[in-house]
Ligand binder design. Sequence first.
Ligand code: SF4
Length: 282
Amino acid sequence: MPRIEKADRTGFCFGVKRALGKLEKIASERGGIETLGAVVHNRRVLERLAGIGVRTVSSVEAITGDTVVTSSHGVSPDVEEGIRARHIEVVSTTCPFVRRAQMAARRLAEAGFFVIVFGDAGHPEVRGILGWAKGQGLATVEPAAVAALKPLPRRLGLLAQTTQVPADFATFAKKIIDLALARDAEIRIIDTICHDIRERQAAALELARRADLMLVVGGRSSANTNRLAELCGAVTETHLIETAAEIEPGWLKGKELIGVTAGASTDECDVDEVIARLEGLV
Ligand code: SF4
């Protein structure tokens, strides 16, 4: 019979717990509240929040109330100014680790550095960080996008989306160093990957190396959940699932050790549901 093992690090991260605590308090005090964008990338959590009157709006123009909550991913200063210009109060739940990356982008830009954020250009956290660089930057995971800058800025500042894989950021940074140092450049690298993500990835990878199958529980739109699935998928068979109901019994055939891990915005009770279903199937 296969054994089932949960990775050492699961459950909400510090930033998500903090954001949800603030949001639940304000929603219960006011009987409902709007958030600008999904406060976390987890459909089940958002459904639970909807039950206490939390409504997600996708743009500043769509806000109907006099207060809006911004997500743990943070927003750019322009977006905050746009909200305040409409005389709407902003309650920020920006994670302190994201804030650190935003402030690093601002400092670099103010010091004359062109800011390169190693990350997904379409992700709200990355758009927010770049916004603090006041237009002096770009977001990419491709060194070629930096090489294509004509001319290549002489002063380059490198940051990472908080949920990136440290080894990937290191590889990217080395390529930028190779590219730029031959051209009289000055480079500053600031490691802005969050420590929760670093420990969660290390724990998942340690388990994945021993397991015959890994299940990664979390939202398909969650950046850190996808990174976990990619990391585990490089060493063993891996499936990203949002709920226990998605487990296919065929996956378990012939397996000795089944590992379970979860993204930073996945509730521990969802992980426990997955383990309970696995125990019923093996
Ligand atoms: S994953 Fe890290 S940076 Fe993102 S919300 Fe959680 S603690 Fe903050």
